[in-house]
Design a protein around this ligand. Structure first.
Ligand code: F1X
Length: 315
């Protein structure tokens, strides 16, 4: 079973608009609502692949009830932590030329009792988890060391941890040696405090995260592909993508693909890239099913193209 922990889930609202005009009333041409948050998306992708998952979620208010209903309709098991504050709504504005603007709310503040109940629920649900995926930003009230504590507890219970977060929450958790961390290029650059302009820069940054404690680093480099750096070395993978429709949740789909395929080594990397490539070709944060995957479009190599200049460098 793959347990996901999303301390700051969201109701994701996507509006399709012709174009963004500041200061104007914009009439949307389409709208959709998805249960959101990075771990929620991982659980949706794991379910779409036919594997068992439980999503631990603090949920409150009307948006929280809606998130629970939407997940129920998708057959996703939720371990719900009731909270007094309201679950946030995150807004995505998708322009017709493919540019997407996202507004992520800070989320509710969790009381001391709710924080304790959240940790206790993670502990209870971890019993038969092979992997625990801890994903996304922290709501107010949770200290930046919160994920570090979850990693330490999970390791004591024998589960492996995949961590997808950023900033201080990521840096503090590294000391507890998460089994895999999944930064995107911006998060990787922020963690090491320098720009990334080539694939080689990303490899060096990933090695630095390993020196800080990560056992493996699965880094998504957007249109350039993905890197896996672990004890055995480094691999680079990329996939052919015909048309990008939405990259919301593509990183989450990749992480799900990686864990579904065992969570280590080049085969898991190939699965991560296949899932990420399939997700960007689907609307909103729709997660791919096995029929959406095209493994023949994926290439994986141990000959990492270190001199390749990134299409989307991070300054
Ligand atoms: O604010 P966070 O927790 O960093 O990210 C939240 C979020 O942007 O991540 C998912 C896409 O990865 C969306 O479902 C959700 O709205």
């Amino acid at each position: 079973m793959i347990l996901t922990v999303t301390p700051n889930p969201s109701l994701d609202r996507t509006y399709e608009v012709p174009s963004l005009e500041r200061g104007e009333v914009i009439r949307a041409t389409g709208e959709r609502m998805d249960p959101g948050g990075k771990g929620v998306n991982v659980s949706r992708a794991v379910t779409a692949a036919g594997q068992r998952t439980v999503a631990v979620l603090p949920l409150g208010g009307a948006p929280g009830a809606l998130v629970a209903d939407l997940l129920d309709a998708q057959g996703i098991e939720v371990a719900r932590v009731p909270i007094a504050g309201g679950t946030r709504s995150n807004i995505a504005l998708a322009e017709s030329d493919g540019v997407l603007t996202k507004i992520n709310a800070p989320g509710p503040e969790l009381s001391a009792a709710e924080q304790e109940l959240l940790l206790e629920t993670v502990r209870e649900q971890s019993r038969d988890a092979a992997w625990i995926a801890c994903c996304g930003s922290l709501p107010r009230g949770l200290a930046p060391s919160w994920y570090a504590e979850v990693v330490a507890r999970a390791h004591a219970g024998g589960a492996r941890i995949a961590l997808d977060t950023s900033g201080r929450a990521l840096l503090e958790a590294l000391r507890e040696r998460p089994d895999v961390v999944k930064p995107n290029a911006e998060e990787l650059a922020e963690a090491v405090g320098r720009p990334l302009s080539t694939v080689g820069d990303a490899v060096k940054a990933a090695e630095e995260l390993r020196a800080m404690g990560a056992r493996a680093v699965l880094a998504s480099l957007g249109a350039d592909g993905q890197l896996l750096v672990d004890d055995a070395g480094a691999w680079f993978a990329s996939a052919r993508v015909d048309a990008v429709r939405s990259n919301v949740g593509a990183g989450d789909s990749s992480l799900a693909g990686f864990l579904i395929a065992g969570g280590s080594g080049p085969q898991a990397l190939a699965s991560a890239v296949a899932h990420g490539a399939a997700a960007v070709q689907l609307p909103g944060s729709v997660m791919p099913t096995p029929q959406d995957l095209d493994p023949s479009a994926v290439t994986v190599t141990a000959e990492v193209p270190v001199d390749r200049v990134l299409k989307e460098p991070v300054s």
